[in-house]
Ligand binder design. Structure first.
Ligand SMILES: Nc1ncnc2c1ncn2[C@@H]1O[C@H](COP(=O)(O)OP(=O)(O)O)[C@@H](O)[C@H]1O
Ligand SMILES: [Mg+2]
Length: 253
């Protein structure tokens, strides 16, 4: 099960005059839960988007299990095993949680949301969806619509929808954002459990105490550059990392 699953090599992304990422290199081992951290504007979401294909780097390469992703569509990348959730929660607000996940499961099969919705074999998708809702701890609200539920449920729904694609690498962008301390801790525990079951995960997170608790290794970005990498305790004790977080209201975390 070992080996490099994800590798970014000298990835540079600019938006007009803004350098969002500059020569960023890091890798993620198979079965690893890697934390990608850094202050606001550091380039974390841009790094994730250059992996998923939303953003095209001006320079550098991204590989998954040895496949160079250059030129591949977002769909092709999903077929290579990338699953992702966005920083903003975007479910179908008029569908139940179960249907939201079943739709994602059907999408994984047909690659067409419209056909997934009308596919004849929906019972299998619904069974799979219920299993995923259980796995992320929100099966009790399977029949409820997202609009009726607190953010904690929606964050978990996003994880369940990403899991419905059976990814071999799950990319999460601030899944704990907006949750209270107790909810954040519980969802972090769920993520650790998923990783314990063998799921490789790149976790972008601003909640430093939870990241330090569940990740064995961190990569730190600041101003588009990688400034540190290593085990959480060592990384967070570095003066340059502390300086990067200074002035951020989250720095006390
Ligand atoms: N689509 C975009 N267009 C222009 N600038 C962007 C865009 N996306 C990100 N940026 C800029 O790139 C930098 C890194 O942003 P981002 O990757 O979102 O950081 P983070 O996720 O670490 O907060 C910021 O200066 C941001 O304003
Ligand atoms: Mg971001």
């Amino acid at each position: 099960m070992n080996g490099q699953l994800l590798k970014l090599e000298s990835v540079t992304v600019t938006f007009g005059g803004v350098v969002a990422l500059s020569e960023v290199t890091f890798s993620l081992e198979s079965s690893e839960l890697l934390g990608l951290i850094g202050p606001n504007g550091a380039g974390k979401t841009t790094a994730l988007r250059s992996i998923t294909g939303v953003v095209t780097p001006q320079h550098g390469t991204v590989t998954v299990a040895g496949h160079d992703l250059s030129g591949l569509s977002i769909q092709a990348r999903a077929r290579l095993g990338l699953g992702f959730s966005q920083q903003l929660v975007r479910p179908f607000f008029n569908l139940s949680l179960l249907d939201n996940v079943a739709l994602a499961a059907g999408h994984a099969i047909t690659r067409s949301p419209r056909r997934a919705l009308f596919a004849r074999d929906r019972s299998r998708q619904r069974a799979q969806a219920l299993e995923l809702l259980e796995r992320v701890g929100i099966a009790d609200a399977a029949a409820s619509a997202p609009a009726e539920l607190p953010l904690g449920y929606l964050k978990r729904l996003e994880v369940a929808r990403a899991l419905a694609l059976s990814p071999r690498l799950l990319l999460l962008d601030e899944p704990l954002a907006g949750l209270n301390q107790q909810e954040a801790r519980r969802l972090a525990d769920t993520l650790r459990e998923l990783n314990g079951d063998g799921l490789s995960m790149l976790l972008i997170e601003h909640n430093l105490s939870e990241v330090m608790r569940i990740c064995a290794r961190l990569v730190v970005l600041d101003n588009g550059r990688k400034i540190a990498e290593g085990v959480p305790g060592e990384v967070m004790s570095r003066a340059d990392v502390r300086r990067a977080y200074l002035g951020e209201s989250y720095a006390q975390a």
